[in-house]
Design a protein around this ligand. Sequence first.
Ligand SMILES: *[C@@H]1O[C@H](CO)[C@@H](O)[C@H](O)[C@H]1NC(C)=O
Ligand SMILES: *[C@@H]1O[C@H](CO)[C@@H](O)[C@H](O)[C@H]1NC(C)=O
Ligand SMILES: *[C@@H]1O[C@H](CO)[C@@H](O)[C@H](O)[C@H]1NC(C)=O
Ligand SMILES: *[C@@H]1O[C@H](CO)[C@@H](O)[C@H](O)[C@H]1NC(C)=O
Ligand SMILES: *[C@@H]1O[C@H](CO)[C@@H](O)[C@H](O)[C@H]1NC(C)=O
Ligand SMILES: *[C@@H]1O[C@H](CO)[C@@H](O)[C@H](O)[C@H]1NC(C)=O
Ligand SMILES: *[C@@H]1O[C@H](CO)[C@@H](O)[C@H](O)[C@H]1NC(C)=O
Ligand SMILES: *[C@@H]1O[C@H](CO)[C@@H](O)[C@H](O)[C@H]1NC(C)=O
Ligand SMILES: *[C@@H]1O[C@H](CO)[C@@H](O)[C@H](O)[C@H]1NC(C)=O
Length: 805
Amino acid sequence: MASIASIGIAILLFSLYSLCEGAQQNNDSRHIRLGSSLSPETHPSSWPSASGQFEFGFYQQGSGFAVGIWLVGVDQNTTVWTANRDDPPLLPSQNNTVKLQLATDGKLVLSSDQGHKKVVIASATNGSVSSASMLDSGNFVLYDETYKVIWESFNHPTDTILGNQTLPAGGQLVSSLSDADRSTGHFHLNMQPDGNLVLYPANSENSPVDAYYASGTNGLLNLHLYLDSTDGSLALINTNSSEVYRVISSGNDDLANNTVYRATVGINGVLRAYSHQMDPKTGKLQAPVIMWYQPNNPCDVKGVCGLNSYCTLNDDQPDCLCLPGSDYADLNRRTMGCLRNNPEPACVAGGKENTTFYDILTMENLVLVDPPDFEARMTMEECKSSCLEDCNCGAALFEQTNCMKQKPPLRYVRRDMQKSNTAFFKVSKLRRSPESKNNGTETKEPFPTNPTTGVIVQILVLTLGLILYSCVSLAISGFYIFKIRILRYKRLTEINGNLGLADEELTMRVFSYNELKRATNGFKQELGKGSFGAVYKGALNRGKKLIAVKRLEKLVEEGEREFRAEMQAIGRTHHKNLVRLLGYSAEDSKRLLVYEYMSNGSLADLLFKAELHPAWDERVRIAVDVARGLLYLHQECKSPIIHCDIKPQNILMDDFWNAKIADFGLAKLLMPDQTRTFTGIRGTRGYLAPEWQKNTPISVKADIYSFGIVLLELVCCRRNLDISVRAEEIVLSTWVYKCFVSKELHKLIVGGEEVNKKSLENMVKVGLWCIQDEPVLRPSMKSVVLMLQGITDISIPPCPTTASM
Ligand SMILES: *[C@@H]1O[C@H](CO)[C@@H](O)[C@H](O)[C@H]1NC(C)=O
Ligand SMILES: *[C@@H]1O[C@H](CO)[C@@H](O)[C@H](O)[C@H]1NC(C)=O
Ligand SMILES: *[C@@H]1O[C@H](CO)[C@@H](O)[C@H](O)[C@H]1NC(C)=O
Ligand SMILES: *[C@@H]1O[C@H](CO)[C@@H](O)[C@H](O)[C@H]1NC(C)=O
Ligand SMILES: *[C@@H]1O[C@H](CO)[C@@H](O)[C@H](O)[C@H]1NC(C)=O
Ligand SMILES: *[C@@H]1O[C@H](CO)[C@@H](O)[C@H](O)[C@H]1NC(C)=O
Ligand SMILES: *[C@@H]1O[C@H](CO)[C@@H](O)[C@H](O)[C@H]1NC(C)=O
Ligand SMILES: *[C@@H]1O[C@H](CO)[C@@H](O)[C@H](O)[C@H]1NC(C)=O
Ligand SMILES: *[C@@H]1O[C@H](CO)[C@@H](O)[C@H](O)[C@H]1NC(C)=O
């Protein structure tokens, strides 16, 4: 559950109001006058916002067109709103007669068929429209003659909420059907009038058992959902008191105004926030980066798999497999669920099953979310036979000493390897169609061995009789018992129609050793050797997803349980400036960590090896990236993590040249108790804070020191220790301080690069503050970030070492 931080700030409320007011004052040349029109095949087909980042108009959907708003990206546009989303796409006409017009009667009307067919896209119920505008916030608005907003797309959201957009109580976002078809999909995010923000599968009863994410803010009234446009975090704002509750923090304190944030309920039901950063050179938005998502495990999304099937992760992707005793309803659409292949329970007197017809199959590590129909304490054997004999039992889950029986059909089932329990499934010995046999489940062949033909005939005759009997009796008396479930079954089958599962999703996964051996081709390609062991390149998903596998060596002897707990803790850290841990393997003494693959190498390569150093602005950006990652580790994640080994080799660059910190959280594996005074020195020479040698406790300030050294290396594009230069320049920190005191900072920049003087001075000052011998003098990571961004002033740093230089 998201922790709720209440920060009463009037600024945010102000921003809500100024959104409306800003629109009123907006009276620029971008105003769309009455009579203006768009057409999908001729120019213009859209109206852009002033910034060019958003456009309103016709976009391609399938072989036709739809009307909506999209974000213009460098190589891909992202649709954020669709008008009349459930209408079929407009087909291209021979005579170009499809036209969208801001008609003189003040309605935005889509006409096709040479004007015979008209659809209203937007019209104000109150007041008359006199112009329209596509605003830079992504809001398309209609104005009356006094420039008052009388209609806005922000009030009719589809699956996306943008930065600065609010969703009032009672509002909802509904996912799209698929990436290609943006009509109403299967999941929705509700801003409930009771104050709770909840994700549900569509067509469920919206009861707590259907919910798969909730903010837990029920009881707080007058709440509106709000996506903070300054940092992309999801917040609830009390419109009456202006109190703000941050329900999902982005861990990002990017205060720049060149990023567009959005949160979208994905086709698989996961709510994700993305940042689209503007490329300062082209002014275009780059490919989106995922900032946060809920729920963390895509299999936690209820209804992602249909009835009688369970969700399991396959290479990070959710996959739906049939539970024992059932077969896919439609082999090509596995999310549709499965049909039980045994006859309805054929009961003898007293609700007892004739056990001759049934077998019990077992499966482990299942999570059944629905409350059981029957629960009692018993032994595992008793539980098994209890379900076998009970007509109403389709499956029983045995956990410790509890037996929980459930009627079929089962829904919301998922597999969780952390869960130790046993599930029993009652399956028919008969009617198992071999052609639809599902080989995805790990079940044993349920057939009894070679029954004689005579017995089969006998059983068949009897079964048919029993089926007939039970049909009749069901129809007469017991129908109502199943009615609810059958209805529910139908609904869930319907909603799970063509749910694609191709969406990329990353969650922590436990791998087997052999799986990773295969993925790395037998640990063939070594990427490098770190302080914890070698790193190998590998690929998952049939080569589609590159990974880096780290083989841990020299660990403190540690139990499997502690290791897993540690991995889970690291897996919970999500920040765009930290290398993602995708999973791990812990078999016997072999410990392997699986990370996302970072295609552009390390900062060390970039600074010390590359022919061309990154430009100054790039280096400043990298410094801020690293500082943000470190800030998250120190102050923003659940339990603070001291990295202990910050150096350019541990800072990696992703596809988009974002800097990400690697190897965090591992120091703890070597030194289980971080607060204890270490005896052995960890980390790397040259980056070690002086307290490592002094036998004083290590705190986050040790990382600040290492960061300071990295900062100076970034400034000067050289190593901290370099013996190829003049004697006075060998130790970088000494040399930098000397230049700082003598106001000759330009000497630090090699190759005559043009560097902003103020920016250079700031970087150097921050670096010198960070490398103070005295830990208390070093700033916190939060101040470092603020100083680097130029938000706070930086005082003159004293000489870093107390010893004379
Ligand atoms: C908006 O522009 C129109 C025409 O350009 C002008 O007549 C009107 O006064 C302007 N309104 C505001 C509020 O500036
Ligand atoms: C994105 O939108 C722009 C502006 O409407 C358009 O020119 C471009 O073709 C679109 N790109 C894609 C990939 O659809
Ligand atoms: C296209 O225009 C021509 C002549 O204006 C007309 O005869 C024909 O029916 C139109 N076709 C369609 C599909 O509207
Ligand atoms: C229409 O606008 C007027 C004046 O702005 C307001 O008093 C009235 O309540 C509005 N009616 C509706 C239905 O919104
Ligand atoms: C959100 O609103 C604030 C305050 O009105 C404004 O400064 C900011 O530019 C807006 N952001 C976007 C993305 O529109
Ligand atoms: C808003 O707060 C005021 C007092 O602060 C209170 O009188 C009013 O009833 C509140 N409105 C709602 C809708 O709760
Ligand atoms: C923010 O936007 C304003 C104008 O829209 C621009 O002048 C300023 O440089 C931007 N700030 C940053 C940090 O991008
Ligand atoms: C169960 O079915 C078998 C096979 O037909 C039959 O022999 C047996 O009597 C039945 N048992 C009960 C309790 O009805
Ligand atoms: C199912 O079995 C067939 C043939 O034995 C095999 O080709 C296929 O890969 C299997 N499918 C799965 C999901 O294991």
